[in-house]
Design a protein around this ligand. Structure first.
Ligand SMILES: C[S@@+](CC[C@H](N)C(=O)[O-])C[C@H]1O[C@@H](n2cnc3c(N)ncnc32)[C@H](O)[C@@H]1O
Length: 389
């Protein structure tokens, strides 16, 4: 008797109705008696030669319909753990080759430099010869980076390469690379000029130091030019950012004034003309302040010092976009506030569901959630949720 795969588990395995985990199983695939998989109509040929060794993608064998269903089920499962249900909208899916930021690992070996993502469940670097998720401009830098790091790294030494596509071009931040000595500086600036980079910065442990930046590096957010500090946060794809902004705008509606918490460079503050924004990174908060003089921007750690109910009382709507740990302390204050709308953007369905439970216990309704697949083919799920009272 064969068994059908009915869902994909959080970590990417297929799961049958009897609960059996099947590596690389996609709903519709059949597990035959000898354990082999008979592919169903949603099982696609993985486009990249590095799949499944590369840890950048776990689900290239799922077609778009199966991948969308997976994103929905991740959100449903997380909500169900807190006895919550809501309308889950059709997920937004970023197209292939749209990722505009990535952090790659590099290692100098006997025969050259390996650069790529870590392997799936391993620390081995998968030397990237093609990539179906990175923007072509970022991938085009991989081979020149091999040559540069070949001259800068000592044998068996590793480095990290953070690349972000900005308004002026690519911003590269190299970690664990020494910029000591004339030869190293010349190699770095020569590379940056030859590649037409927006900026090249090096971090040897004391924070990023730009070694090349012909014009101030910036990003355009909702039409505003915002200075981009080296290593700052940016939504992973441009279309993903637009989808999240649409969700936030819909949730907030005409309600004003708005507060944007965990504001970063102001992706949502600028889109909603927020009256107030809070952000823990000093450089990031300063950049937003310069770009949006009408917004009161506070450099503030919201884990240690969340806005209390009195402070929240000044706003009709609040936007939250915390790191993976969620925003439990801030949400506990919101639950006791009179704020009418809460737009919650999350990169972790589990902490989102935990925080949603607190808001609902405080009298909010969770009106809808939209998953956003910015990290196409990965098990990483982003979402926007709309709460009202
Ligand atoms: C997921 S990013 C979102 C940024 C922004 N909303 C955007 O979409 O570009 C989370 C932001 O929260 C900031 N952050 C992290 N911990 C924080 C804390 N304890 N208090 C305030 N902000 C924090 C980070 O620096 C980062 O800018």
């Amino acid at each position: 008797m064969s068994e059908l795969v009915v869902r994909i588990a959080a970590r990417g395995d297929g799961v049958t109705a009897s609960g059996r985990h099947v590596p690389f199983g996609i709903p519709g695939d059949a597990v035959l008696e000898d354990g082999a998989l008979a592919f169903g109509k949603h099982h696609q040929h993985p486009p990249c030669r590095h799949f499944p060794e590369c840890g950048g993608c776990q689900l290239q064998h799922a077609d778009d319909a199966a991948y969308r269903d997976y994103l929905v089920s991740r959100v449903e499962t997380a909500l169900a753990q807190h006895a919550l249900e809501t309308e889950i909208r059709t997920p937004h899916l970023s197209p292939p080759r749209s990722r505009r930021r990535a952090t790659l690992k590099a290692l100098k070996l006997g025969n050259g430099v390996a650069i790529g993502f870590h392997g799936e469940k391993s620390h081995r670097i998968v030397d990237m010869r093609e990539c179906h998720i990175l923007r072509p401009e970022l991938f085009a830098l991989v081979q020149p980076l091999r040559a540069l790091l070949g001259t800068l790294l000592k044998p068996k030494r590793g480095a990290e390469v953070q690349m972000t596509l900005l308004h002026q071009g690519i911003d590269v931040l190299l970690r664990h690379v020494s910029a000591e000595g004339l030869a190293a500086i010349e190699a770095l600036t020569g590379f940056a000029m030859a590649q037409g980079l927006a900026r090249l910065a090096v971090d040897t442990g004391d924070g990023p130091e730009p070694v090349y930046e012909p014009l101030p590096a910036s990003i355009r957010l909702s039409g505003a030019d915002v200075a981009f500090p080296p290593g700052a946060f940016l939504q992973a794809t441009e279309d993903g950012e637009a989808a999240l902004v649409d969700c936030v705008r819909e949730c907030v509606g005409e309600e004003r004034p708005v507060a944007d918490l965990f504001a970063g460079l102001g992706t949502f503050a600028l889109a909603t003309r927020a009256a107030y924004a809070a952000e823990a990174s000093r450089d990031t908060a300063a950049a937003l302040k310069r770009a949006s003089p009408a917004t009161l921007v506070e450099h503030r750690d919201l884990y240690r010092r969340p806005l209390d109910t009195t402070e929240l009382g000044r706003f009709q709507a609040v936007i939250l976009d915390p790191p993976r740990a969620g925003a439990e302390q801030q949400v506990a204050q919101l639950a006791g506030s009179a704020v009418g709308r809460v737009a919650y953007v999350s990169c972790n369905p589990a902490t989102f569901a935990r925080d949603a439970r607190l808001l609902i216990d405080g009298g909010y309704a969770l009106d809808w959630v939209r998953p956003v697949g910015q990290f196409r083919w990965s098990t990483h799920v982003e979402l926007a949720g709309s709460f009202s009272r």
